[in-house]
Design a binder for this molecule. Structure first.
Ligand SMILES: [Ca+2]
Length: 170
């Protein structure tokens, strides 16, 4: 027997006698349940389309701002790392009496440096926020009595107006 005609019959019986609270009412109520998800599913699809439209609109508005923030956050991180290097380099200079010849000397003792008390950087030599090494020069061309330290910035090359350095504050 096909179950669908049975459900229809019960439904019809329930409507014909609405005051009788017998099992056929329950059956009729149950027979209506499967229809609800279909209606709901149709509505949900419209909702989903609306949500997609809203998300696309929000993404168009929000993503460029986050991208800008992300770039700004990386520049701030590079400045913070250069400050950390400065602290480590100064500590090295206090112990050893001169700035190191390379950044590697901050984490590995150079030969014949008995006063080395490092490592001066706990997590090794970091790359800049764009994955490139910091450039260290001693003596500095811009800081002839100290050292030059810079990140090449987002473009990954020296120059281009986006370098983050220890001599021009940008
Ligand atoms: Ca650059």
């Amino acid at each position: 027997m096909n179950p669908i005609p049975r459900l229809v019959r019960r439904s019809v019986r329930a409507k014909s006698d609405p005051k009788s609270p017998d099992l056929s009412d329950v059956a009729a109520a149950r027979s209506r349940i499967p229809r609800a998800p279909k209606a709901r599913a149709g509505f949900t699809m419209v909702e989903m389309l609306l949500v997609l439209v809203i998300l696309a609109t929000l993404a168009a508005l929000v993503i460029p701002r986050f991208a800008g923030r992300s770039q700004q956050a990386r520049e701030t991180a590079a400045q913070a790392q250069i400050s950390s290097f400065a602290t480590a380099l100064d500590a090295f200079e206090v112990d050893v009496g001169a700035y190191p010849r390379s950044l590697q000397d901050l984490v590995e003792p150079p030969a014949q440096t008995p006063n080395w008390r490092g490592p001066y950087l706990q997590r090794g030599i970091p790359l800049d926020p764009w994955g490139n090494p910091y450039i260290y020069e001693i003596p500095g061309r811009n800081n002839p009595y100290g050292y030059d330290l810079m990140s090449m910035g987002p473009d990954g090359r020296v120059g281009g107006g986006d370098d983050i350095t220890n001599w021009n504050g940008s």
